[in-house]
Design a protein around this ligand. Structure first.
Ligand code: FES
Ligand code: FES
Length: 165
C-alpha cells in the first residue's frame, strides 16, 4: 500500500513519518513514534483516553487520520512537564489523588491542560461539563474535579505570583 509522507510537530520536535492513508493518529503516535502515554479505550470515540492537544484544541486521536494532521502542532502527555518539573495539571492529579489505574490519566491531563486555558477559573459544574469527553472507571471523578481545581489555583498563582489565588 502506498505510504504518505507527513510531518508532525510533536512536543516541539518535528517528526517525518510515512503513513498509510487509513492510519489513525493514535496508532502513529503509539506505534511509530513510541509515544505510548495516549491510550485506546474504545472504538466509538467516547472514552477520550486518546486525547491530545492539536493546534490549540483537545482532539481524540482515535478519530483522526494521520494524513489529516500533516503540519500540525501536537502536544502529548509526554510533553507536558517542563524544565521546572511537572505541569500544574500533573501536580494537581498527583496531590489530589485524581488517578488510580492511570489508564485515563494521559487523556484527562491533556484535556485539563486545554480546558484551563479555555476557562481559567471554572466552577465545579463547568469542570464536570468541560471534562465530559473523558471517561474514568476508577476514581468516580470527584478527585479529578479537585485536581483540576488545584491546577487552576496553581496556574493563577503562576500568572500573578503577587495575588493569592
Ligand atoms: S480511544 Fe476512546 S475516544 Fe479515542
Ligand atoms: S484512573 Fe483508572 S480509568 Fe481513570
Amino acid at each position: 500500500m502506498a505510504k504518505h509522507a507527513i510531518t508532525l510537530h510533536i512536543n516541539g520536535q518535528a517528526h517525518d513519518v510515512a503513513v498509510d492513508a487509513r492510519e489513525l493518529l493514535i496508532h502513529t503516535l503509539r506505534e511509530r513514534l513510541r509515544l505510548t502515554g495516549a491510550h485506546i479505550g474504545c472504538e466509538t470515540s467516547h472514552c477520550g483516553a486518546c486525547t491530545v492537544d492539536m493546534d490549540g484544541v483537545s482532539l481524540k486521536a482515535c478519530t483522526l487520520l494521520s494524513v489529516q494532521c500533516d503540519g500540525a502542532e501536537i502536544t502529548t502527555v509526554e510533553g507536558l512537564a517542563g524544565a521546572d518539573g511537572l505541569h500544574a495539571v500533573q501536580e494537581g492529579f498527583m496531590q489530589e489523588h485524581g488517578l488510580q489505574c492511570g489508564f485515563c490519566t494521559p487523556g484527562m491531563l491533556m484535556r485539563a491542560y486545554r480546558f484551563l486555558q479555555e476557562n481559567p477559573d471554572p466552577t465545579e459544574e463547568e469542570i464536570r461539563y468541560g471534562m465530559a469527553g473523558n471517561l474514568c472507571r476508577c476514581t468516580g471523578y470527584n478527585n479529578i474535579v479537585k485536581a483540576v481545581q488545584y491546577a487552576a489555583r496553581k496556574l493563577q498563582e503562576q500568572a500573578d505570583p503577587k495575588q493569592p489565588a
